[in-house]
Write a protein of this length. Structure first.
Lengths: 187, 187
């Protein structure tokens, strides 16, 4: 899939997760995409815990995820994205491990979209419980999770169509300024 | 360009910035890609200040950027990526505005790569001075900047070849675990 098309078609498909198995090579491609992201001073703070066991996924949905996030339990794979804040730089209270994890995760989401897999970023989990279930060390933060699943329909495009048609984004003039804050580009 | 190819070819081309003008439509495509990133509760905290004026870029390199980051002054465009932390969620000290900005910025970098433009994430600037020069409000944080430029050579691929051949990333086994922290996938 073309890059700009993947960027356009990536969306959160939380109710479109089939239990169909995912080939380990695809998971490796997706993690490999995340691995190539840039990071401050090339610190590469990202760590991924790929959960595939049905029992662990069941426990996670029973005790760690909450609210609408429990739907991730329908997926055959959940990826948790973690980091030690001290592995990256902090500048005037801006903790760049969070920014750098964002860079890597977007690569992951786009690679998944390119491969026809549904994703859905979720932060609605009890972090302490996730860490307990997955043996994650004390000083590591769990920042985000995403299920990885084939959509139940015939194709990604079919599954994403409704969601994409309802997509809501701020107007470009609200988010992009030119030369000074608040100024628009010359017409 | 194919998505996985753009992810593979994106690299920091800090010494490959020509002054050649960039069509405003390309800048819009790049900002439009950033705009489509996901964010916590769809808060879309990202704000972009696109600096194109030669005088402002000169001032920025003289007084705001420091160290090797001053090379950004060679580019015809510098994009500053900003946010109000309060526009996004904070969960147990994890400030998701930083994570969400990372998601949007990776889209931006990949769209630029797809269009044959060089980028280079830079955090080595005096934030107060950037805010003063660009009229950025007190409560807004400036998180990252990137120049946007055509490479001086014939093509992006030519410009990136050396950099990509020297790329260094942690081994997959250092960053990806399966089912529990520290565990590897079954062979």
């Amino acid at each position: 899939m073309e890059t700009l098309e993947a960027i356009r078609k990536r969306c959160s498909l939380k109710n479109q997760l089939s239990g169909k198995e995912i080939n380990p090579e695809l998971i490796e491609t997706i993690l490999g995409a995340a691995r190539l992201a840039p990071s401050a001073r090339n610190t590469q703070p990202w760590r991924f815990v790929v959960v595939q066991g049905k029992d662990t996924i069941k426990k996670l949905t029973e005790t760690a995820f909450f609210g609408p996030a429990v739907v991730v339990g329908d997926a055959p794979v959940i990826i948790f994205v973690c980091a030690r804040p001290d592995d990256d730089v902090t500048v005037e209270e801006k903790e760049y491990y969070l920014f750098d994890l964002g860079l890597a995760v977007e690569n992951m989401l786009l690679a998944a979209t390119d491969l026809g897999l549904a994703t859905h970023l979720v932060a609605s989990f009890n972090e302490a419980e996730v860490k307990r279930l997955l043996n994650i060390p004390e000083d590591v933060r769990v920042v985000i999770a995403t299920p990885l699943a084939y959509p139940p329909g015939a194709s990604y495009d079919e599954a994403a169509e409704e969601k994409l048609s309802q997509r809501s984004r701020k107007d470009m003039r609200e988010i992009a300024y030119f030369n000074k804050w608040g100024e628009q580009a010359a017409e």
